[in-house]
Write a protein that binds this ligand. Structure first.
Ligand code: GLU
Length: 448
């Protein structure tokens, strides 16, 4: 951990005191503040305007009861959240996560990260996040529908195309967004397409949105490698997770000629030396909602492992695409020992602070999630553009837009890192560039 400038230390202490027990939120704030030491030294106006204190306090936090009935008639009570963190650059924007580990601290860490990620896209979107401790695993479609309808029966009064625009995250995909949209439309009597993103293609969704987060992560890795005159083609890649982000990261890496040899889920990981069969993985995980053991059973050379973790598999590129703090210091050491050259975060904050230090000290190219996985929310902003103009774009056009956006995100990070004397440090570059954009808008808006 690096020291903080005294002003920033004071802000951080307030965050700790005011938000007890929210370890992931503290972690996310700390990482950003460490990058801002050099900024406050050059820009006293941000300190005078109390911009950093204001940024660390969400504009609004919503927490509500979500009751629903299962297929046997039992009543369940879950908790719903929406943290509307910052609207300096546009309406609050960010996903909903349905997972048993969701609590206020997790939603706040994700919402805080989202402010900076969204700013990096260069598109007009503020930051927010939400979700519930509901566990969709093993639930029938009818149960998921009733849960989504109940959640939206409260959430609808807080969201809107100019106010707050939720989307998916872990546990929330096309099925859930469909049910949420249907209930919003029914309650409000408005066909307000731009109120949610990640919609199906049949009712206002965007081409490439499903693929965007994973594709964007690999495009960022491509750009990062290019700064050292390296290419993805022919390289061994490992991916963690096997959900939406992991699947399309694997697909894009293969399109660019890489050999993707491993992925994981909560039950273990598979190594497939023939290269992960993305179509089969999609069938098993997205259509059948099955396990990686089902994948391994259908691939003669694939092996399934429950001991250890996927980071032990030798590779030159690692793409953590599962969840927060999944790659720790020991995992980072294993990657370095195996000769990794680049790590790009497809998930939000998957590397622990220890892991990030170990990777960067060993000269591994490291892309933080708020930069590397910004392609998902960027394509959500493209979905909002299409909805606002009642238009729909072709796949190729949308993919070109995504590619250019990721090239620009990379450029913003690299340039800010250079300007502030830390060339090649994408963590610093991402935090500094996005902070300054949000901070300048906040200063312009006055004390609100
Ligand atoms: N949940 C995604 C993220 O972490 C996407 C959010 C969105 O599309 O609004 O950025």
């Amino acid at each position: 951990m690096n020291d903080l400038d005294p002003t920033l230390q004071c802000v951080f202490q307030t965050v700790l005191d005011r938000n007890p027990g929210e370890a992931e939120f503290h972690q996310a704030v700390r990482e950003v503040l460490e990058s801002l030491n050099v900024v406050v030294a050059r820009h006293p106006e941000y300190v005078e305007g109390s911009i950093i204190e204001r940024l660390c306090e969400p504009e609004r936090q919503l927490m509500f009861r979500v009751p629903w009935t299962d297929d046997q008639g039992n009543i369940h009570i879950n908790r719903g959240f929406r943290v509307e963190f910052n609207s300096a650059l546009g309406p609050f924007k960010g996903g909903l996560r349905f997972h048993p580990t969701v609590n206020l601290g997790i939603v706040k860490f994700l919402g805080f990260e989202q402010i900076f990620k969204n700013a990096l896209t260069g598109l007009p979107i503020g930051g927010g996040k939400g979700g519930s401790d509901f566990d969709p695993k093993g639930r029938s479609d009818a149960e998921v529908m009733r849960f989504c309808q109940s959640l939206m029966t409260e959430l609808y009064r807080h969201i809107g195309e100019y106010t707050d625009v939720p989307a998916g995250d872990i546990g929330v995909g096309g099925r859930e967004i469909g049910y949420l949209f249907g209930q919003y439309k029914r309650i409000t009597n408005r066909y307000e397409s731009g109120v949610l993103t990640g919609k199906g293609l049949s009712y206002g969704g965007s081409q490439v949105r499903t693929e965007a987060t994973g594709y964007g992560t690999v495009i960022f890795a491509r750009e990062m490698l290019a700064t050292r005159n390296l290419e993805l083609s022919g390289r061994r890649v490992i991916v963690s997770g096997s959900g939406n982000v992991a699947i399309y990261a694997a697909q894009k890496a293969q399109q660019l000629g890489a050999q993707v040899v491993a992925c994981s889920d909560s039950g273990g990981y598979v190594v497939d030396e023939d290269g992960i069969d993305v179509d089969l993985l999609r069938q098993v995980k997205e259509v059948d909602r099955g396990r990686l053991t089902d994948y391994a059973a259908q691939r003669p050379r694939a092996t399934h492992h429950t001991e250890g973790n996927v980071w032990q598999v030798p590779a030159e590129i690692a793409l953590p695409c599962a969840t927060q703090n999944e790659l720790d210091g020991d995992a980072a050491k294993a990657l370095v020992a195996n000769g990794v050259i680049a790590v790009a975060e497809g998930a939000n904050m998957p590397c622990t602070p220890d892991a990030v230090s170990i990777l960067t000290e060993n000269d591994v190219l490291f892309a933080p999630g708020k930069a590397a996985n910004a392609g998902g929310v960027a394509t959500s902003a493209l979905e909002m553009q299409q909805n606002a103009s009642r238009d729909s774009w072709h796949f190729d056009h949308t993919e070109q837009r995504l590619d250019q956006i990721m090239v620009d995100v990379h450029k913003r990070c690299a340039e800010a890192a250079d300007t502030y004397g830390q060339p090649g440090n994408y963590v610093a570059g991402a935090n500094i560039s996005s902070f300054m954009q949000v901070a300048d808008a906040m200063l312009a808006h006055g004390v609100i």
